[in-house]
Design a protein around this ligand. Sequence first.
Ligand code: ARG
Length: 598
Amino acid sequence: MERLKEAFRMALAKALPGQDIVLERPRSGDMGDLAFPCFRVAKVLGTNPVQLAKDLATQIVMDDAELLAAGPYLNLRLRPEARASRMLENLLVTGAYGSAPAHGETVLVEYSSPNIAKLFTIGHLRSTMIGHTLAQANRYLGCKVQRLNHLGDWGTQFGTLLAAYKRWAEAENPQLDQDFEWADEIPEKRRSPLFRLFQLYVRFHAEEEKEPGMRDEARAWFRRLEEGDAEARRLWTWFREISLATFQRIYDRLGVGFDAMNGEAFYEDKLASAVEAVKAAKILEEGEGGAQIVRLEDMGIQTPCMMLKGDGTSIYATRDVAAGLYRKSTYHFDRCLYVVGAEQILHFQQVFAVLGKVDAWFQGRLTHTPFGMINLPEGKMSTRKGNVIFLEDVLDEAKERVLAIIREKNPELPQAEEVAETLGMGAVLFFNALNDRVKSITFTWERAVALDGDTGPYVQYAHARIMSVLRKAGGDWAQRGRPTVTLDHEVAAIPFEAVALPTSLEGLEDAAAQNLLFELAGLPDAIRAVQRENMATALARQLLSIAKAFSSFYTNCPILWPENSDAVRESRLALCLATARALRQGLWLMGIKAPEEM
Ligand code: ARG
């Protein structure tokens, strides 16, 4: 498709010298494979776009394709054979399906970044999986990607935790788990040291409302931690380990990984030089109560960015400024994406503005990709108040729902547990990807773990169905649908064995086959859209379109029918194989596995 685009663009450039040629993808394959909207150029030339499209349609001649004027659009439609051979060549022979030539940009993707001693909620899933998908899509497209986890392992909330631990846990239950008398309503699977910490945290916030002096207690503990007090440090290290072990379990389950886990604490010894750099840029001023601030009104930001509090301690933003400077010198990146909730928009505006003032190099390199919150039907989730939905519960529930269906409909299925986990995960992750990143989502169990309709399992089912056809076809067919390496989070572009084109493309001229080829051709654009929009929605939608197109191909074009000639059978199997590969690849970028049987 890339070569075709180039050829079309060149033909247009010749007919319209000096004009800017922007191509689109038509809405359906009936209309064509590529479209050139004539509005803009017609305006520049002072002609009518409908007439321009007509003129171009007669003027331009291309091998293998017809040119059709459709209102103000000039559409290029490949002849059926050409469409089939181009697509199958991309998917089966070249192997690197749609991946652009490596342009070698270094892209940092910072995501997940949970806070220590808090539990992973469904809210964290968004940052984690959107970030994972952005990292994967950028790697797929040839960028050098660093996946960063900016753990929330520093800040006043640790004062709260330390104080709460000293108050209520140290004497009765110092190890946090041994011999603890859990309340009956706490389910078995939740009874962990991390959950104890979480309970302590919630309790502290509840009681502090009645006893304001407790705030000072927490502050004092954070101060001790900052000053390097041995006890505070020891507890902090321990709390951090407890949390990391739990986070790791979740990352393993989700199949995500990071190249660096430098949390906020990592920047502690880099804060002084960061503040120095701000001072050297002559933008540090004294604000209220002796705080050190940077005014940003000239950049349209009314709230100044605080660098140091009146008592000389750092804040969240200070650590982000230090992290920016560190990342510049460590990675010399072209772009850095911060996948963080929309409630932090102002924070990132401030941090980016400060960094840009300190060093113009940063300008245009930093992007906050905010996402909407997941709310509960009864309102906002709040860790402090303890009304949250835990991610593990959602994944477990999704798996259980799938298992129940398998037990009923397909009790003989081998590895039912594993398939249920894969499909449950598919449901949850696909739902997350399909939703517009920026909008808030209201969480309901029905939506989050839905298995019917426009869901991950629908796409996964299409893949499993193809694999079953390939198995029935015998020979190497099914084997060719499998990656040539074991997949883990280090893999973005899945390697498949190169397969020769079928000797004949007979059997693919049917409209349903042509439509499937057209939808397959849309996948590379959808992956580029993920990179361009920093959002997975386009990819999720394209996979649904491919799965739907496959379903109609499957109904309309018999594949293993005894009456089919060998040529028809072979070309249709090749299209099945190409589709299976595309679906597996697309799902994989979103962190979703494609089962072979379900
Ligand atoms: N730990 C923060 C939170 O859970 C998110 C960190 C976002 N990244 C950053 N560079 N500030 O709210």
